[in-house]
Design a protein around this ligand. Sequence first.
Ligand code: PLP
Length: 361
Amino acid sequence: MFNERIYNFSAGPSMLPLPVLERAAGELKNFGGTGMSVMEMSHRSKAYQDIFDETKSLMREVLSVPDTHEIIFMQGGATGQFAAVAMNLIGRTGSADYAITGNFSGLAAKEAKKYGTVRVAADTTDIKHTRIPRQSELMLSDDASYFHYCANNTIYGTEWDYVPKAPCPVVSDMSSNILSKPVDIASHGVIYAGVQKNMAPAGMAAVIIDKSLAGHELPFTPTILSYRTAIDKNSMYNTPPTYNIYMLGLVLKWVKEMGGVHGMEELRNERASMLYDFLDNSKMFTGCAEPGSRSKMNVTFRTSSPDLDAAFVKEAASKGLVSLAGHRIVGGMRASIYNAMPVEGVKMLVDFMGEFEARNR
Ligand SMILES: Cc1ncc(COP(=O)(O)O)c(C=O)c1O
């Protein structure tokens, strides 16, 4: 039992910025003098439409989304987008290239195979996804409808430090690093993200799409997954996840106040270097990802023994440093240090790691 807020290193859903939670709490019962909660508002009401419009325009501003691209909100999380991307885009040529650099890119490729031919542009399975392929290693086809990559591998703790180039539209799953640094949106045909890490509470995907790519969906695409419909209906073909969109708006305001994506990038560099510097000097803990491919959002590490890993995770939790166990398919530890993780949280973690190491030498 904790009476205070603790440092939650969960990979998602994960920490939300405290000022956002406080503002949401203050507005919970009566939003802006409407006499009702945002949760209770009709999505067609003027009050809600204003919230929706503001969220969208803040996202456009904060992420510098060009006019060529549209922002849509869809349900089904990032997993829904594994299907949506393929159904909406693969019909252009019948095939797509996928870089398999972790669990989720593998799942995305598996889903896409239901709708067309999937070619593997890179696969790091044999090296346990510890490294991101370089541009020269990507085997790209001439006739792919799109090339798909996952910008940050939440489970393995690797992150692309460049935007891959392809002779076709580039599609990126940015679920676990969106809003943490500037991104060249124009170089992407589609960017999608499950919002539950850096954006909002779980329950939707934010999608940024080059408008010229919509309208090529396979005939059996469910209307609810059609990019064309979502664009035409401004994400309101049916009832959108109204509260998530409102929360995303509050998060975007906070990001803007904190210096936008440049401010977020400075903080992510600070948090990540604190942890990786410690790991590089530790005799007990080892980072799992290759140094040139390290994620600044999900830091994966381990000791030499699963028992010691388990003891570390347990003791850390008793100090209010929670959810540090690695994903069940890889074990070890993972510290997810998204935008809302205060630098002090990482400092406390590093101090605890040092103390744990000294005690268990
Ligand atoms: C990179 C990445 N892609 C996709 C997913 C799946 O997201 P969702 O649970 O929203 O479907 C996750 C979930 O953690 C993720 O980290």
